[in-house]
Design a protein around this ligand. Structure first.
Ligand code: PLP
Length: 438
């Protein structure tokens, strides 16, 4: 595989950009080597500056449910361009977008658009605090909610991969507001609430919110159990705590109505990102009207954005969500493709006598290089990340581009063909076999 042009671009990049990339996991730090520079994406494939072609499973880290450059999003964008890129005043599309989301996700009575998942989760926490008058919140070890200070405590995704789950630059004050529980362990939540109550003179809890990825994707794919989420919902009701589902990754990915549709649980607030922007920078947070009415200018919780609800971003996002609305069969198709890939990989592992955990929910999955199960943070992080690094490169030279990190999801799009999947399954067999030989 030729990588000369990527290598020389990277040399230039590191001079001017920290680590040569604008988001940490894009660097190949945890798998070794240097990142490839991409020129083009079409359907299930991406192309780099050296002319290599890859079947890829990153999908820009989640947004590309319909693969790269789907014609209906391209058309919507070109049309929007005609009228200008930003007005800083309301547009009709913002109303249509809000209405469409509340139609697709019934728990959303009101919604506010922002520019990233990070902004969405940050604003959701602030809104929950404003609503409850309380300050602390609970998050789960290994979950990633963007890079706001108080979320970077035992965080997942790149923070976990790069060994900085708790980042320097986060103040003690911020860290003290974040209470950490164990994923899929309801007793750890109960214990935190009890501790918090007894530390308060009033005997009441000082916890504004519980935020969770209902299907975790940022410690690799780990599904929450039904009973765990049901109990979490009950506890939040009893304790006057706002339950926030962070569906930045799972929203419109695992089902039309997100993970909350699969579990049939209604959170108080939900955060979105990724797919909702159709490949442009969009995030959103929404939920119960009573809570969302706290947000300025209808209420006192300040939240704003110069480019929020941007016409181009809304055009792309609206095109994606409209397609989803008009084609509910998208999720059946994705399930079929994903199950096919899962079966192929599991067959490979069986015949190679490997007992690695493979987790999948709909079109997101992770092959963990750990024997047995990966059903919570503690078992997931036992994965052999060095082995994953080797696997990543074995796949890459065979034309399959996976996330350059163990603790991430692989995403399948509607554009992955049977031929793509067969090539991937074959590459997986050869790659795992090659690891065994070394
Ligand atoms: C990606 C992600 C975020 C952060 O979104 P950005 O757009 O990268 O800021 C937050 N929460 C979850 C669950 C995510 O997967």
């Amino acid at each position: 595989m030729k990588t000369f042009k990527s290598e020389s671009l990277f040399k230039e990049a590191v001079k001017y950009i920290p680590g040569g990339v604008n988001s940490p996991v894009r660097a190949f730090k945890s798998v070794g080597g240097n990142p490839l520079f991409i020129t083009k994406g079409e359907g299930s494939k991406i192309y780099d500056v050296d002319g290599n072609e890859f079947i890829e499973y990153i999908g820009s880290w989640g947004p590309h449910l319909f693969g790269h450059n789907p014609p209906f999003i391209k058309e919507a964008l070109l049309k929007a361009f005609e009228n200008g890129t930003s007005f800083g005043a309301p547009t009709e599309l913002e109303v249509k977008m809000a209405k469409l989301i509340s139609e697709l996700v019934p728990s959303i009575e009101m919604i506010r658009m922002v520019n990233s998942g990070t902004e969405a989760t940050m604003s959701a926490i602030r809104t929950a605090r404003g609503y409850t008058g309380k300050e602390k919140f609970i998050k789960f070890e290994g979950c990633y909610h963007g890079h706001a200070d108080y979320f970077l405590i035992k965080a997942g995704s790149g923070a976990l991969t790069l060994g900085i789950p708790t980042s320097p630059g986060v103040t003690k004050g911020n860290a003290a507001d974040t209470l950490l529980a164990d994923y899929n362990d309801i007793d750890s939540v109960k214990k935190l609430i009890l501790q918090n109550k007894s530390a308060n003179q009033t005997g009441r809890n000082d916890i504004a919110a519980v935020i969770i990825e209902p299907i975790a994707g940022n410690m690799g794919v780990v599904r929450a159990s039904n009973t765990f989420l049901t109990e979490l919902r009950e506890i939040c009701n009893e304790e006057n705590i706002v339950l926030i589902f962070d569906e930045v990754m799972t929203g419109f990915r695992v089902a039309r109505g997100g993970a909350q549709e699969i579990f049939n649980i209604i959170p108080d607030l939900t955060t979105f990102g990724k797919i909702i922007g159709g490949g442009l920078p969009v995030g959103a947070f929404g939920g119960k009207k009573e809570i969302m009415e706290m947000v300025a200018p209808s209420g006192p919780v300040y939240q704003a954005g110069t480019l929020s609800g941007n016409p181009l971003a809304m055009a792309a996002g609206f095109a994606a969500l409209t397609y989803i609305k008009d084609h509910p069969e998208v999720y059946t198709l994705l399930e079929e493709k994903s199950a096919y890939l899962e079966n192929g990989i599991k067959e490979n592992l069986k015949s190679l006598k490997k007992h690695y955990a493979f987790n999948r929910v709909g079109s997101m999955s992770t092959l963990f290089f750990v024997e047995g199960e990966a059903n919570n943070f503690k078992s997931a992080v036992k994965s052999d990340t060095a082995l994953y690094g080797k696997y990543f490169h074995e796949m890459l030279i065979r034309g399959i581009y996976l996330a350059p990190a163990q603790f991430e999801a692989a995403f399948i799009s509607t554009e992955h063909t049977k031929e793509d999947l067969d090539k991937t399954i074959k590459a997986n067999y050869q790659a795992v076999e090659a690891l065994t030989k070394k």
